[in-house]
Design a protein around this ligand. Sequence first.
Ligand SMILES: [Zn+2]
Ligand SMILES: [Zn+2]
Length: 263
Amino acid sequence: MAKICPLFSGSQGNSYYISSAGNGILIDAGRSAKQIENALAANQIDIDTIRAIFVTHEHTDHIQGLRVFSSRHKIKVYASYDTMHTLEQMGVVNEKVDGNEIDSRGVAIDGMLIKPFATSHDCIGSVGYTVEMSNGVKVALATDTGIITDEIRRAITGCSAVILESNHDIGMLMNGAYPYQLKRRILSDCGHLSNDACSKLLPELVESGATRFILAHLSRDNNIPMIAENSALYELAQCGMKKNRDFTLMVAPPETCGESVII
Ligand SMILES: [Zn+2]
Ligand SMILES: [Zn+2]
């Protein structure tokens, strides 16, 4: 059994708890340490079960509480070589004390094998992660990526549960109030994944064994949870796949803590 709890998701902050058999990890710590502690408590998650924090990249919405939370609870931090270097320069992580670089071979921690894969984002060394439990259940997280690269597709294919970015509705973004340059950045290959791009990937993930989806990192300004969900359900229905029969689907709420998904 594995448990996935989206503590925070979206441009205001990201943090996910993933656990199996009493051992867990956090992916990202993008709210204040206090907010993360409160979210864990609200979900009856014991902080002592967190064996490590894995960081996807150095943008504030992924590391805001990292320094305080990791040092207060003495939890090791893992990130790609480039991200770790940046975090060290930013003074967020003291690499010699609590920082660990992770490469494509991954790292095994208390019955979980965590492996990074490169994402296509506007910073060097950004990654997503797969977490494989000792019973074979595999969970993937892929957010903050402008496109689904072959590497991402390979990494998340075959996972039972996938946390996938569904950042924006293209029409809302194009017609919204963001400055032109920001719109271009979000829409670029190194930006964020649209509802359309996310939705189009889901049927093949179901065919490869995925049964749980969490749509994540929704834009507060350029998306609405119901639009993201309907877009995903439409594409899945086109392939004859039905919610709660072939898969479950949850939208990680942008402002509050999401429900846990058990697999
Ligand atoms: Zn980012
Ligand atoms: Zn982000």
